[in-house]
Design a binder for this molecule. Structure first.
Ligand code: OAD
Length: 229
């Protein structure tokens, strides 16, 4: 059985990382136009670094929860038949043991030089006057995908969706495209579709099945069911 799993901020909520759109979420505390666009970075790189430095610090202190661990278990059983795509910029899937994770919105642990394209491991704190270790330009940025930029791996994901038997979406509000459209793509290609979320997402109607609850409780049960078949 070929499975594509998409995860969002909800899977890391019980690890202590705030989601974006729940009450008191990150986008209630910050205007995304001020911290998560290329224009914001051009205008005020110090503010954007401050936002991502705080998130990198929080992520460094977080531990994976039972939902991340269950998906690592699924990978051990299914190998290449599982594609795990995450919108999350934390590394909790990897910390739980997943080895093959497609971070379509990039990673907090990465730094990118927008002058030469070089990538390296981000220090805990990035600053506007940091220089690229390859070309020495002060053009370094977090290796995350901002609004208005192109997510990673879309062709690869489309290909996986086209041959998937099952598409599962976990802990995402379904408000940000193209990820929110994966359920429609998978459905058109004939895959069964299930969402596991605290509450119905914006794309609930597109799923064959909805399971509501905390990720740490419902994801391990769902993985157990898959592995029994
Ligand atoms: P959101 O904050 O939009 O949605 C989080 C979802 O997780 C909501 O539907 C919650 O109901 C659900 N949730 C909360 N706690 C949960 C729990 N314990 N168990 C299960 N579900 C839970 O986050 P995303 O959908 O990931 O992009 O946001 C998508 C993208 O928008 C992010 O990758 C980010 C953001 O702006 C960029 O920054 C480019």
């Amino acid at each position: 059985m070929r499975i594509v799993v998409l995860t969002g901020a909800g899977i890391s909520a019980e690890s202590g990382l705030g989601t974006f759109r729940d009450e008191g979420g990150l986008w209630a505390q910050h205007r995304l136009e001020d911290v998560a666009t290329p224009e914001a970075f051009a205008r005020n790189p110090a503010l954007v670094h401050q936002f991502y430095n705080a998130r990198r610090q929080q992520a460094a202190e977080a531990q994976p929860n039972a939902a991340h661990k269950a998906l690592a278990r699924l990978e051990t059983a299914l190998g290449d038949s599982l594609l795990l795509v995450t919108q999350n910029v934390d590394d909790l899937h990897e910390q739980a043991g997943s080895q093959n994770v497609l971070h379509m919105h990039g990673r907090l642990s990465g730094a990118l030089c927008h002058a030469c394209g070089h990538r390296w491991t981000a220090p805990l704190e990035m600053r506007p006057d940091d220089t690229c270790p390859s070309c020495r330009e002060t053009a370094t940025r977090p290796d995350v995908v901002w609004f208005g930029e192109y997510p990673h791996g879309l062709d690869f994901i489309e290909e996986a969706l086209s041959s998937a038997d099952l598409f599962a979406s976990i802990g995402t509000s379904g408000q940000v495209y193209p990820a929110a459209g994966f359920v429609m793509q998978a459905g058109r290609y004939g895959a069964d579709t299930v969402q596991l979320n605290l509450e119905p997402s914006d794309t609930s109607n597109a799923f064959n099945e909805t399971r509501l609850g905390k990720a740490s409780e419902i994801v391990p049960l769902w993985v157990d069911e898959i592995l029994k078949h």
